[in-house]
Design a protein around this ligand. Structure first.
Ligand code: F6P
Length: 332
């Protein structure tokens, strides 16, 4: 029989999810609530990220409140990006409210923006904070993996497999746009796993004339063609690329498929559920060990706590072109 530890009886934790939602966030919430309960904490939560704190609407989370959520996409706490929380006077009110409620710890699931908010709140005298990295972009400095990434890339690869069927049957050439903001992680993995002919990332751009030349290369005799395009800083850019390619390679017909928010939904993969469960428990243990202003992270296959990334540093980006080069060998 498991022995219940009660070392932190009645200390209060608040959990929230913030920024873009990602599959697996529910598994992390479940782990925080249940591991916290096991170790004697009282857990509270709010809806809609920092907006819920601004509205001063918090509620208790008991182990039974997270039953049946591990397999659900999105986040049962809902999420959001709050501009209001950037204001010091707003955070002052939140801090005073949390003090009145005796909330000593905050566990924030999200990305860079989420950590920036949590750091400011703690530095101004608010609760001690630990972050859990959740975003489909996999772009947080200090961790090789963020919760939701695996589900998103599987969703996108499933889509590419379907597009391949129609491309091979119709002879239409496709540009498939993935999310990922300024980082090409999703695009590269999805392109390689989907057998894409070309992969365009923000880190290693290819000019349109070069791409057109490669498409026209005499040794390319394939009926179907898929170009995976990372959205970069202009979602929808695939439409412009398709138009430009049509002008340079008029004998081909192009179609565009922007995968968009489909990549953010869906039941989390086993990898996302396990990673989220381990990280949720780690966050509780981190607080118990007196850690704060750090996030749960994975580096070279090992789990550890890392300081929050420098708020002024750019997001994590592809460090090398290795997989893009491999893809160009395998896609010929
Ligand atoms: O950061 C996650 C993400 O899905 C990015 O890949 C994408 O650029 C962005 O969020 C979309 O944001 P929104 O949901 O606000 O349109």
């Amino acid at each position: 029989m498991a022995i219940r530890k009660q070392s932190h009886t009645h200390q209060k934790i608040l959990i929230l999810s913030s920024g873009g939602d990602s599959p697996g966030m529910n598994a992390a919430i479940r782990a925080v609530v249940r591991s916290g309960n096991y170790h004697g904490f009282e857990t509270y939560a709010c809806h809609d990220g920092y907006q819920g704190l601004i509205e001063q609407e918090i509620f208790t989370m008991n182990p039974s409140d997270v039953a049946g959520c591990i397999q659900r996409g999105g986040t049962i706490l809902r999420s959001g990006r709050s501009k209001e929380f950037h204001k010091k006077e707003t955070r002052d009110k939140v801090r005073a409210f949390l003090k009145r409620k005796n909330v000593e710890y905050l566990i924030a699931i999200g990305g860079d923006g989420t950590y920036r908010g949590a750091t400011l709140l703690q530095d101004e005298g608010g609760p001690k904070t630990i972050g859990i990295p959740g975003t489909i972009d996999n772009d947080i400095v200090g961790t090789d993996y963020t919760i939701g990434y695996d589900t998103a890339r599987n969703t996108a690869v499933n889509a590419i497999d379907k597009i391949r069927d129609t491309s091979a049957s119709s002879g239409l050439y496709f540009l498939v746009e993935t999310m990922g903001r300024h980082s090409g992680f999703l695009a590269v993995d999805v392109g390689l796993a989907g057998g894409a002919e070309f992969i365009l990332t923000p880190e290693f751009p290819i000019t349109i004339p070069t791409l057109a030349k490669r498409i026209m290369a005499p040794k390319r005799k394939k009926q179907s063609l898929i170009i995976v395009v990372s959205e970069s800083d202009s979602p929808g850019r695939s439409f412009h690329i398709a138009q430009a390619l049509k002008l340079l390679t008029p004998k081909f017909d192009y179609r565009v498929c922007v995968l968009g928010h489909i990549q953010r939904g869906g039941s989390p993969t086993t990898m996302d559920r396990i990673t989220a469960s381990i990280m949720g428990d780690m966050a509780i243990k981190g607080l118990m060990a007196g850690k704060s202003k750090c996030m749960t992270a994975m580096q070279s296959g090992k789990y550890l706590l890392m300081p929050f990334p420098d708020p002024n540093a750019p997001s994590r980006c592809l460090g090398n072109e290795d997989l893009i080069k491999l893809n160009s060998v395998l896609a010929t």
